[in-house]
Design a protein around this ligand. Structure first.
Ligand code: FE2
Length: 274
C-alpha cells in the first residue's frame, strides 16, 4: 500500500465525521445561464458581534484574462459589498498572466478588507519567492497569511500554508472568537482534527470540484488524498459543529475546460443563532 493510500485509510474515522450538507446536486447548472455563479451560504454563529457579517470567498483563479469572468467578479462585489474578501490561492498557472491577475486583485480588494492564502500553483512557481508573492499581493490590497492570523471585525482568520508544497501548522486562537480557517487544500483540514473545537468555519478550494463532472456521477478526479470526500460543497463536523465550504473555484488547470462544473464565487452570511 502506498504512503498516500495508507494515510487515507488511517484517516477513515475522521473522514466519516464530516457530513456533506449540500453538494453539486440541485445546483441547476444549465438553468442558471451565466458564466460565473455566486453561491450563497448562511452560516450560524453564536456571537452577536459578527451577526450580519458577509465574506466573499473565491479561489483557484488561475487567471487567463477572461473579460466576461472579470465583469462577473466586479458585478458580484459591487452588488453585495462584502465586509471581507478572501482569496483561497492559485492566482495564475502561467507567469504571463501575473500582471493582469494582480490588476484584477487590486480592483477586487479596493475598499475591502482582503486576505489570501497560498495555493500549490503559487508555491510551485519558482520564479517568485514567498516574500515576493507577499509583496505583490500586498500591493494589490491582499494580506497573505501563511500559518498566520489576522483579526478583522471581531473574526479571527487563520490562513494555512499549502498542504502539498508547504507545511500547514495550525495554532488555535488564544481567546474565544468566531474563528475562520482558510486553507487552499481541504486535505490540510483533516490534520487539524484535534483542534476542530476551536474552529467555526473552514474555507477551501483546490479540488475545482473535479473540473469535469459527469451528470449523476460527479467528479472523477479531485487532486485530493481523499478522492471525492471533499470534492465540493458544504460540510459539517458531526461532533464540533465546524462548518467547511469547498468551492469549485473560478479557473482551470490541465485542460482549459469545465464540464457540469461552473466557475463560482461564494458569499457567506454569518447569522446569529442562540
Ligand atoms: Fe487550483
Amino acid at each position: 500500500m502506498s504512503a498516500h493510500r495508507r494515510m487515507a485509510y488511517n484517516r477513515r474515522p475522521t473522514l466519516r465525521q464530516w457530513k456533506k450538507m449540500s453538494g453539486y446536486a440541485g445546483r441547476r447548472v444549465i438553468a442558471r445561464g451565466q458564466k460565473t455563479v455566486l453561491v450563497k451560504y448562511d452560516i450560524p454563529c453564536d456571537n452577536p458581534d459578527v451577526d450580519g457579517n458577509t465574506l466573499l470567498f473565491f479561489s483557484d483563479l488561475h487567471w487567463q484574462g477572461d473579460p466576461v469572468m472579470a465583469e462577473d467578479i466586479r458585478r458580484f462585489i459591487a452588488e453585495h459589498q462584502p465586509d471581507e474578501v478572501i482569496f483561497g490561492g492559485d492566482l495564475v498557472s502561467f507567469s504571463c498572466h501575473v500582471e493582469s491577475a494582480l490588476a484584477l486583485m487590486d480592483e477586487i480588494s479596493r475598499g475591502h478588507q482582503a486576505l489570501a492564502v497560498p495555493g500549490n500553483w503559487d508555491l510551485r512557481r519558482s520564479w517568485f519567492s514567498v516574500d515576493k508573492w507577499r509583496t505583490l499581493l500586498r500591493r494589490s490590497g491582499f494580506d497573505l497569511l501563511i500559518n498566520q492570523e489576522k483579526i478583522i471585525n471581531n473574526i479571527r482568520f487563520w490562513g494555512a500554508d499549502d498542504f502539498k508544497l508547504g507545511a500547514p501548522d495550525y495554532v488555535p486562537p488564544l481567546s474565544e472568537q468566531f474563528s475562520v480557517v482558510i486553507s487552499h487544500n481541504p486535505d490540510a483540514v483533516v490534520d487539524m482534527e484535534k483542534d476542530y473545537d476551536s474552529i467555526d468555519l473552514v474555507l477551501c478550494g483546490h479540488t475545482h470540484a473535479g473540473q469535469i463532472r459527469i451528470p449523476g456521477l460527479g467528479a472523477l478526479k479531485t487532486s485530493s488524498l481523499y478522492w471525492r470526500k471533499f470534492d465540493y460543497g458544504h460540510y459539517i463536523h458531526e461532533y464540533t459543529g465546524t462548518h467547511m465550504i469547498v468551492t469549485s473555484g473560478l479557473g482551470t488547470t490541465g485542460i482549459d475546460f469545465r464540464f457540469w462544473c461552473k466557475p463560482e464565487m461564494v458569499l457567506i452570511n454569518l447569522c446569529y443563532s442562540h
